[in-house]
Ligand binder design. Structure first.
Ligand code: SF4
Length: 430
């Protein structure tokens, strides 16, 4: 039967894709995926430390592994990701969970195979302080889906937003060679993938010749029928030439995820976001000039240190002005080692009350926007079918469900929106 593995992934798309690399490293060694940790010979936790809540949840899950290890001492427990890479993270994990066997970081993820091959029961803790450009590439990838695939274009972040731990655990920005990215894409399209998402903490600062707009143009020029997406963008780096390229190609999804975080210039400056609310709205206007029906989503952080009621109302006003089709809202979480951690924190009760008001407002805006889309006909990429009902996303990344009628995952179809349910659309094939 061979040996089996179980991977638990926490956090962002970057981690989701890196878990596909971990699965690739295990699969080329003959491991197959187990349905549960109890049934696995190797258990890997790919961790996140973006917020305290994430770490608390992971610690709880790691605590549960003690029983599995006691019942099956031969199981190998490995932990990686941002929680291990952060300063003192690995030591803290070993102290609290001494039964973990292998710990490695974000910069040496592709070494996991070698650590497993060499493992003879002696604990392995290997954290590389610095990133090694190119280290992340060329590893086997076992992809979770058959329709959409992730392709890294760059790693790391140089922005040092004052609340964010990412630059400390993912290192400095390094961009992959364009030829390597296009080769990956060509391979995936030849394998039948219909959607490619270009991935990076800040894709707009892609640093190879031609920049991000050049990469997008060349990627969209690849032959075949497919959908091209990218994440995540930073408002200070999203340029007009990128949006122009998007408007010129029907392969590029008419959707941009553009985290604003706050609508208050005072808070944006404390966050070190390097743009103002006015500049952000000008960028939105620029996007809508080229892509009038673009889907726009964003991240908003509520409760940043020293945030006043007036600051919060600036955020609500910006959200009401832009009208995002989707809004991801977060309560500020103090991260030790980041500048914001030393600023005056505001009471949790105030954060909770404010985020509840923002969510309630967005729960009015999102469905209203979906309502305005009823009657329109969209190109939809079918992603899955359950019980005769197909689910997919429109060109502007709206959820759409419709009767399958012979459609299969990976098909691009025309669907008329008949009604909406919350922010999702329900339609019929045209
Ligand atoms: S852009 Fe800011 S929030 Fe995003 S990963 Fe970089 S430092 Fe963190």
């Amino acid at each position: 039967m061979g040996k089996s593995y179980y991977i638990s992934t926490f956090g962002c798309q970057m981690n989701v894709h890196e878990s596909e690399k971990l699965a690739g490293l295990l699969s080329v060694r003959g491991y197959f995926e187990a349905l549960s940790p109890e049934k696995a010979d190797v258990i890997v936790f790919n961790t996140c430390c973006i917020r305290e809540t994430a770490e608390t949840r992971i610690a709880g899950r790691l605590g549960n592994l003690k029983r599995i290890k006691e019942e099956n001492p031969r199981v190998i427990l490995a932990v990686c990701g941002c929680m291990t890479q952060k300063k003192g993270g690995a030591e803290a994990l070993i102290k609290r969970f001494p039964y973990i066997d292998i710990i490695f970081g974000t910069h040496n993820l592709t070494q996991f195979g070698a650590y497993l091959d060499a493992y003879e029961g002696k604990k392995t803790v290997e954290i590389w302080e610095k990133e090694t450009p190119g280290e992340e590439d060329g590893t086997a990838v076992k992809r979770a889906g058959t329709v959409n695939a992730w392709v890294n274009i760059m790693y790391g972040c140089n922005n040092f937003c004052s609340y964010c731990i990412v630059p400390y655990v993912r290192g400095r920005e390094r961009s992959r060679k364009k030829a390597d990215i296009l080769a990956d894409m060509r391979g995936l399209l030849d394998e039948g993938y219909k959607e490619i998402t270009l991935l990076g903490q800040n894709v707009n600062s892609y640093g190879e010749p031609g920049g991000f707009s050049g990469l997008l143009a060349d990627a969209a020029a690849l032959s075949g029928t497919f959908k091209l997406k990218f994440m995540t963008s930073h408002p200070k780096d999203l340029t007009e030439d990128v949006v122009r390229v998007m408007a010129m190609s029907d392969k590029l999804a008419a959707h941009i995820h553009l985290p604003v975080q706050s609508g208050s210039d005072r808070v944006l400056s404390l966050m070190n976001r390097k743009y103002t609310g006015k500049k952000y709205l000008e960028t939105i206007d620029m996007i809508r000039k080229y892509l009038p029906n673009a889907g726009l989503s964003s991240d908003v952080m509520v409760g940043f240190p020293t945030e006043t009621e007036a600051d919060f109302l600036d955020t609500v006003r910006l959200v009401e002005t832009v009208r995002f089709s989707n809004l991801f809202t977060f309560i500020y979480s103090r991260r030790s080692g980041t500048p914001a951690a030393d600023m005056a924190q505001i009471p949790y009760k105030v954060k909770q009350e404010r985020i509840a008001r923002l969510i309630a407002r967005q729960k009015e805006i999102g469905p209203a926007l979906a309502g305005e889309a009823v009657g329109r006909v969209f190109t939809v990429l079918c992603e899955e079918i359950h019980g005769g009902v197909a689910r997919g996303k429109t060109q502007c990344e709206r959820e759409m469900t419709f009767p399958a009628d012979g459609v299969k995952p990976g098909d691009f179809v025309r669907v008329r929106a008949l009604r909406h349910k919350n922010t999702g659309l329900i339609g019929e094939l045209v």
